[in-house]
Each structure stands twice: as structure tokens, then as C-alpha cells.
Write a protein that binds this ligand. Structure first.
Ligand code: ADP
Ligand code: MG
Length: 272
């Protein structure tokens, strides 16, 4: 592994528009996560958060209709999903898939191999044991089929374990907090915090601000109707916790509506 691969890099999303089944869901997303920082993307249900995560991962269902997304200067959108993973992009999904017949150990080894990060068996086991202990994962986990019959908390721990083994340069966590009790939430947040830093940036996607009490973001972005309408410091998450989304989204949406109306007026005047 070269130094270049080991360090985090800037994620720059610029004017990204995405359609799903012919319906435009993202409508010009601008978002930068500088190398080594922890950012949160928040927004009401249906605002397009998961769509952004899937699009960045390279899921074929999401059709990019405009804009760009680069990681460390590389054009992500030009790369197939596996090449994005090899570049160091890692996604934790809201609903991870079970793979009956594939044990957690074999899954980890295959994932490392796919990214050219194979290691000798002895070192692999040593590191796996270390990371499992840090995440308070039970020993029996290793022989269980990945995500098959796992509880919500176990699935999330398994994903953080993958992250710890793969050491990605950017991790995107989509609603990692949903369905977690406070203990599991804290363990997962601590696991991510331990890895975050110069080697790994993090984009935490969440509807609820609760996980952000444990996973301290440098910046918070609000997504609404397929656009980032506001960015700010961690206090934005605190405000949402207290007051919900409406006091933030309402005035901005009203203003956007007003400027659209006045623009329509200008166009009408120009055409008259
Ligand atoms: P979030 O993660 O913020 O809750 P999503 O990205 O999952 O939002 O969804 C954004 C919007 O895209 C929603 O309005 C949802 O109904 C719509 N959507 C998601 N998948 C499809 C699909 N296959 N066809 C049409 N619309 C979809
Ligand atoms: Mg979602």
C-alpha cells in the first residue's frame, strides 16, 4: 500500500443530479468533505440521503443526469463500483444483505483480497481478534453467516468490523443509528471515531441527531428535496434535536419559492 492510498482525501460533489426510474431525486447537490474530517448529512425522510449514498457507491439503478463527484481528484462517476471500493470508499448501508453460507471470517478475507489487501493468515486472525475485542463482538460471530439472523446491533457491529479491517479512506454511514440501542450506538460511534482522522474521513447520514452526540461532526449539512440547503457547525444538529427540521427548512423553502416567483415575473417581463 502506498502512502497516497493510506491517507484520506477530499470528496467533492458538485451540482450532482440523479434520477431513479426516470424520476429526478437529487437536483444539484453540492457537498465537500475535506480529507480527515467528519461530516453529517441530515434531512427529512425522502430528501434523497440514501440516493446520494447509493450513487456515490456506484449502484447501477441510480442514473447521474448532471454534475460531478471526485475523490482525491479522481472522477468517481467514471469508475465501476469495485474500482471505487479499491480507491478507498466504504459504505455502510441502512439494510445490509445477509449472505447465508458465507461466514463472517471468510467474508472479511474475501473483501480484503478483492481490494488487494490480503495478509498472512496469522496476521489476519490477530487483527480480526483485536478489532472484534475493540468492538465488543462475541467470538461466536466469526463462524456465523454474515448478517444471517443478526440483530440490528450485530449487523452494524459487523459493518464497523469490516471498516476496521479494510481501513477505507472515506466511510459513508447511511442511517447506521436506526434500530440501535444506546449501548450499541455508543460502541459503533466509538469504533468509527477511533478510525476517523488523517487516514479516514467520514460522512454520517442520519435523520435523527442522536448518533451525533457520540460521533462529533466537524460540519453538518441539511438535505431537502434533493439539494443541500444549509451547512453549518455541530450546533445545527443540536437545533434539529430541539426543534425538528421545519424551523430550518420552512424559511429557506419559502425564500426559494419567492425568488422563483420573482424570477418567473422577470422572465414574463422580458418576454412581453
Ligand atoms: P432518504 O434516504 O433521505 O429517506 P431516499 O434517497 O431513500 O431518501 O429517497 C428519496 C426519494 O426518492 C423519495 O421520495 C423516494 O420515494 C424516492 N425513490 C426512492 N426509490 C425510488 C424508486 N425506485 N422509484 C421512484 N422513486 C424512488
Ligand atoms: Mg435513507
Amino acid at each position: 500500500m502506498t502512502d497516497h492510498q493510506a491517507l484520506a482525501a477530499d470528496l467533492v460533489v458538485d451540482g450532482l443530479s440523479v434520477a431513479v426510474d426516470g424520476k429526478e431525486i437529487l437536483r444539484g447537490v453540492d457537498l465537500t468533505v475535506p480529507a480527515g474530517e467528519v461530516h453529517a448529512l441530515m434531512g427529512p425522510n425522502g430528501s434523497g440521503k440514501s440516493t446520494l449514498a447509493y450513487t456515490l457507491s456506484g449502484h447501477p439503478k441510480y442514473a447521474v443526469t448532471g454534475g460531478t463527484a471526485t475523490f482525491g481528484g479522481d472522477d468517481l462517476l467514471a469508475l465501476p463500483a469495485d474500482a471505487r471500493a479499491r480507491l478507498g470508499l466504504f459504505l455502510c448501508f441502512q439494510y445490509p444483505t445477509a449472505i447465508p453460507g458465507v461466514t463472517t471470517v471468510n467474508f472479511m478475507r474475501a473483501a480484503l483480497r478483492a481490494q488487494g489487501k490480503e495478509m498472512p493468515a496469522r496476521e489476519f486472525i490477530r487483527r480480526l481478534n483485536e478489532e472484534m475485542a475493540a468492538l465488543r463482538i462475541d467470538e461466536s460471530f466469526r463462524a456465523r453467516y454474515i448478517n444471517d439472523g443478526f440483530s440490528g446491533g450485530e449487523k452494524k457491529r459487523a459493518e464497523i468490523l469490516q471498516m476496521a479491517m479494510l481501513r477505507p479512506r472515506l466511510s459513508i454511514l447511511d442511517e447506521t443509528d436506526s434500530g440501535l440501542d444506546v449501548d450499541a450506538l455508543r460502541t459503533v460511534a466509538n469504533g468509527v471515531t477511533r478510525l476517523a482522522g488523517p487516514d479516514m474521513s467520514v460522512l454520517v447520514i442520519t435523520h435523527y441527531p442522536r448518533i451525533l452526540e457520540y460521533l462529533k461532526p466537524d460540519r453538518v449539512h441539511i438535505l431537502n428535496q434533493g439539494r443541500v440547503i444549509l451547512s453549518g457547525g455541530p450546533e445545527l444538529a443540536t437545533q434539529i434535536e430541539r426543534e425538528g427540521y421545519e424551523p430550518i427548512i420552512g424559511p429557506i423553502a419559502a425564500e426559494a419559492g419567492a425568488s422563483r416567483t420573482s424570477l418567473t415575473g422577470v422572465v414574463a417581463e422580458a418576454q412581453a
